[in-house]
Design a protein around this ligand. Structure first.
Ligand code: ADP
Ligand code: MG
Ligand code: MG
Length: 209
């Protein structure tokens, strides 16, 4: 696709929901190792609620805000407000338009990331979903600035998210429940970084079809 339309946005979230439903056990296992074991259930509940909405916004802003509000209100746990804030801010940055070009998506992703960082106060290297999200947004922006098309920007973001996810394993957690484990958090991938890779897998697929 050469633009992120409302339909693509809806499809992105539907694919994210399907992926979380399929791999929720993986998220549960990661969160059992360094958290309280509910990340799969939390995100499955939230993304299913998003996919089950009967009404959709008539602008990218309205639709993304509805997605964000649904995540904030249905996901218990730290990840709900964070993923929710990502989409709320994405929507604000998008504005009342019916589609975003590559540059518009880059700006919206950046605003979403900024919202997550403001809300959670995690820095890169704290072993959170920011370690996957921040490099993904950077990679998207870089490729967009170089004039690459939307699909290649999204693919670059997906690869960067995966690398960031992998890099959480050796880190000591400094935010969220995993930080209570101290040194024992070392050696495990962060669950939120893993689910963030699902988000970018879903974006690539939604743009492709
Ligand atoms: P909870 O930890 O409340 O049970 P979840 O298990 O759903 O919530 O989500 C845990 C994930 O949330 C972590 O793996 C981490 O990626 C993310 N997270 C937790 N706290 C923060 C924070 N302050 N900033 C960014 N991400 C965070
Ligand atoms: Mg948890
Ligand atoms: Mg919990």
């Amino acid at each position: 696709a050469d633009a992120l339309s409302i339909e693509v946005l809806v499809d992105w979230l539907a694919r994210f929901a399907a992926r979380v439903a399929r791999d929720r056990v993986e998220l549960t296992e990661l969160d059992t190792a360094i958290g309280d074991g509910d990340h799969g259930a939390n995100l499955a509940r939230g993304t299913a609620a998003v996919a089950d909405r009967s009404e959709h916004g008539d602008t990218v802003e309205a639709e993304a805000k509805s997605i964000g509000m649904t995540l904030v209100t249905t996901v218990g746990g730290a990840s709900g407000p964070l993923f929710g804030t990502f989409f709320l801010r994405f929507g604000v940055a998008a504005g009342p338009v019916t589609s975003l070009d590559t540059r518009g998506v880059a700006l919206a992703l950046r605003a979403g990331l900024d919202g997550v960082v403001e809300r959670g106060r995690a820095e890169r290297g704290d072993k959170t979903l920011v370690d996957a999200l921040a490099p993904a947004v950077d990679a998207f922006e870089e490729r967009a600035a170089a004039g690459d098309d939307l699909d290649s920007c999204a693919s670059a973001a997906r690869e960067a998210a995966r690398r960031g996810r992998d890099e959480t394993a050796p880190l000591l957690a400094r935010k969220g429940r995993a930080s209570y484990l101290g040194e024992r958090s070392i050696g495990h991938v962060d669950p939120g970084a893993q689910s963030t890779t699902y988000l970018f897998d879903a974006l690539v697929d939604a743009l492709r079809d």
